[in-house]
Design a protein around this ligand. Structure first.
Ligand SMILES: O=C(O)CCC(=O)C(=O)O
Ligand SMILES: [Fe+2]
Length: 466
């Protein structure tokens, strides 16, 4: 077990890879999966709390849990799941007899948001309740509940184990040609997806409303929150035009998705995403990513941090003193009722992580029972079609990532071999900084073949052609 905990990413030989691997941490999903495999009897929600409390360190989280397991006998729940206390600071001591040095983000510290005003003020999102006419929402929900029979769990590699996503999903695109591309050219987590289907009538009909609302909300956001009321650097100045929909199904309270930022490879920098929730209400948790040493900075810094076009979230002045790191890492919970549209704005994916937390219980929905359906409408950029993206020596195209934690390179984008970043997979050493113009278009020598080759078609334009 110790070997498992302390095992680092595969050793690298090239300086370039060493550089890229020191740029950022594993995703919370991977860390959570590691903890789950170490403590299979402990609830995922509890493990997530402890992981966050431990500043994202699997090793620290494991020692906290082991300390508690040694400290007093653990109760087994009726369902066989181990009950463990999540509010640990006052109860657990480490080898030095002191409470763990990192601040805890306790359950009581989660800020619960319900109203659109609060969501806009405290997060990089906006929410519209009762988004669709009720009959249209129900028709879409029913259509996708039927579709969900075809959904599957995606798999990812964790050391020598294959782990399954804790919910099912499917990708929807417009045409048979796009279906072909999605299953043979686009990759997710280094593999091709088999669960791709063609857009359904209600998904398509609703996309026009989503397109309109997302563009309206993005404009409002820009005027109210961004420096000088202007778009962010790397944000596209064009209208947001969805051409892919990822649909998730969470069947029952235990189904979830761990903390992550959405992959930017095809969306590009400063992506906007429209996310429609149907069925059972669940909590969407978000937290801001804190750069290494931010707590030290805030101790010496007495002036509020200024927002910049690079980092608009900085308009929230960090609280001072030793609590600053805990506060900045505190979670915010946005409650997502049936028929609500959440817009994740351009500052979200680079600077925040999000999750659907497992719930203790859910209130059944008349049509969906215990299920929640979520649709994220996305705009894949033509310029970031797989055929244009740099390839690594593994034969796949590289993935686009943003440096989120390492202070010296924070906000920079990089192309890298996906496998090289995944524990337990060999991968190659491919790494290059990704360069974009101010509108987020890649700066590279693309062969002109791309002009004739098909790319994904906007859902709304395609509807008008039919
Ligand atoms: O279910 C949700 O609301 C979020 C889903 C999500 O984060 C994703 O599909 O990337
Ligand atoms: Fe996501």
């Amino acid at each position: 077990m110790d070997r498992f905990i302390s095992r680092k990413r595969p050793r690298v030989s090239s300086p370039v890879e060493r550089q890229s691997q020191s740029l950022d941490d594993d995703s919370t999903d991977v860390k959570l999966a590691m903890l789950l495999s170490l403590f299979p009897d402990i609830e995922q929600d509890t493990l997530l709390d402890i992981l966050l409390s431990s500043g994202g360190s699997v090793e620290d989280a494991s020692s906290v849990i082991n300390a508690q397991l040694a400290y007093k006998p653990v109760k087994k729940r009726a369902n066989g799941v181990t009950a463990i206390q999540t509010s640990l600071t006052s109860h657990i001591t480490n080898d030095t007899g002191q409470p763990p040095k990192k601040q805890l983000t306790r359950k009581g510290k989660t800020l619960h948001l319900f109203s659109p005003e609060d969501v806009a003020a405290h997060t990089p999102c906006t929410i519209i309740h009762n988004f669709l006419p009720p009959e249209e929402a129900n028709a879409l929900l029913q259509e996708l509940l039927n579709e969900s029979e075809h959904f599957s769990r995606y798999r990812f590699q964790l050391f020598d184990r294959t782990v399954e996503s804790p919910h099912t999903s499917c990708i929807y695109v417009s045409t048979p040609e796009e279906f072909r591309q999605q299953t043979s050219e686009y990759t997710y987590g280094g593999t091709f997806r088999s669960n791709v289907r063609q857009l359904t009538p209600h998904l398509r009909a609703v996309s026009a409303r989503v397109q309109q609302a997302v563009n309206d909300e993005a404009q409002k956001r820009m005027q109210a929150f961004y420096p000088g009321g202007k778009k962010l650097r790397y944000q596209s100045p064009k209208q947001w035009m969805p051409n892919a929909a990822f649909v998730n199904c969470y069947d029952g309270p235990a189904e979830s998705v761990g903390y992550h930022s959405d992959e930017l490879t095809y969306l590009g920098p400063r992506a906007i995403i429209g996310s429609l929730s149907l069925g059972v209400e669940r909590e969407f948790r978000v937290r801001q990513i804190v750069a290494d040493n931010d707590d030290e900075d805030s101790k010496s810094d007495t002036s509020p941090t200024q927002a910049t076009a690079e980092s608009p979230s900085k308009r929230r002045a960090a609280p001072k003193g030793s609590d600053s790191r805990a506060d900045a890492q505190g979670q915010v919970s946005i409650h997502l009722p049936h028929n609500s549209l959440l817009v994740m704005h351009a500052e979200m994916q680079e600077e925040w992580k999000h999750a659907i937390a497992p719930a203790q219980t859910v209130s059944p929905h008349p049509l969906a029972g215990n299920r929640r359906i979520n649709i994220t409408y996305r705009w894949f950029r033509d310029s970031l079609h797989p055929r244009n993206i740099p390839r690594c020596r593994c034969g796949f195209h590289a993935v686009l990532r943003c440096v989120q934690r390492k202070r010296e390179n924070r906000g920079k984008y990089m192309w890298m071999c996906y496998a090289g970043y995944t524990p337990g997979t060999k991968g190659c050493t491919f790494f290059q900084w990704a360069e974009f113009d101010d509108d987020g278009e890649p700066l590279w020598e693309i062969q002109s073949a791309k002009d004739e080759a098909p790319t994904l078609r906007n859902f709304v334009a395609e509807e008008h052609k039919q």
